[in-house]
Design a protein around this ligand. Sequence first.
Ligand SMILES: Nc1ncnc2c1ncn2[C@@H]1O[C@H](COP(=O)(O)OP(=O)(O)OP(=O)(O)O)[C@@H](O)[C@H]1O
Ligand SMILES: [Mg+2]
Length: 369
Amino acid sequence: MTRSSEETASAIRRQLAGVLDPELRRDLVSLGMIEAVEVREDGASARIVLKLTIAGCPKKSHLTEAVREAAEREVSSAEVELTVMTPEERDALTREVKGPERRIPFAEPDSLTRVITVASGKGGVGKSTVTANLAFALAARGLSVGVVDADIHGFSIPPLMGVSEGPTKVGELMMPPRVADVPVMSIGMFVGSDQPVSWRGPMLHRAVEQFLRDTWFGDLDILLLDLPPGTGDVAITVSQLLPSSSMLVVTTPQADASAVAERAGALAAQTGHEVLGVVENMSWIEAGGQRLTPFGEGGGQMLADRLTARLSESQPSGVPLLAQIPLRDGVRDLPQRHGHDDAFTGLAERLAARPRGLQGKPLGVSPAR
Ligand SMILES: Nc1ncnc2c1ncn2[C@@H]1O[C@H](COP(=O)(O)OP(=O)(O)OP(=O)(O)O)[C@@H](O)[C@H]1O
Ligand SMILES: [Mg+2]
């Protein structure tokens, strides 16, 4: 029995409804990207018009191939023609995927994304290194993870994670570049690296807000934010913009570093954010079968104990020392893109083991750990 051209065309559309746009993570049919499906008279070949969001779409050839492949499950040959959306169509699509009001998706009460900020009291303790490696380790466990570099003055995430492109603009949205399937946005891409950034107060607030609102991350299990050191404007802004975020505090084993880091934790407590735990970085170096501790010992545990005492009311279950990260000889091994590093894998496991969607939500009780 032979199908009519119409039946074949609907079959092709059904196949295309299974093809996802790699950036928007929704199917091409519901995104309005399939302009036409025409089956030729012979019933064995078809012409498909694929409407790209922007002319220079970096995923153009990938999409064309995916469309052809899907269509050729129904006909023996498919020809894919490309067109481009008008600005109006692009805006409609932007509204469609983001909703009519433009708000920060991670701040919505029904958001299932866990937002984790990575903070420290002082600079250079390894926040960015921890953020980058943790992201790769979580992704290696199959979680969908996004990274935001909110360090306006000292953005370092793109080179650390090996990202050199900037975002792709689609209408009013920015599509972040991806590495190992992790979408990465940096304020550095936003302002352009040749611009010295010297924003203050309200400007900073607006920049971070816009950045979080206008970037399309899709559905994430976890969003990691690399904060600038200290308890300055950006840290406060982020905690206001993302009321249900929780915090990881990074410190080195030195006692003085952990005393400073306590301030970051105290800020989280003041603003009602959960402190997930402490990560001690540069804990030891392996040399000749021995562990040397050039930066002292015990700072991470001491900080965890102090934060536990300080936050005993809001977090009666305490603030654990979640990981100790050894020093590498040379930074060229960092980050471990595939999560092979034990310390980061362990940290990722401990974080992933916590239930999704409960962190920092005002439940009135503290979730048991
Ligand atoms: N475990 C480690 N072993 C070896 N080098 C490390 C380790 N962790 C961090 N580093 C190095 O220490 C330096 C500071 O790390 P990083 O940039 O991650 O710190 P930071 O806290 O983000 O700094 P800033 O406050 O400037 O943002 C970097 O050169 C980094 O490569
Ligand atoms: Mg940093």
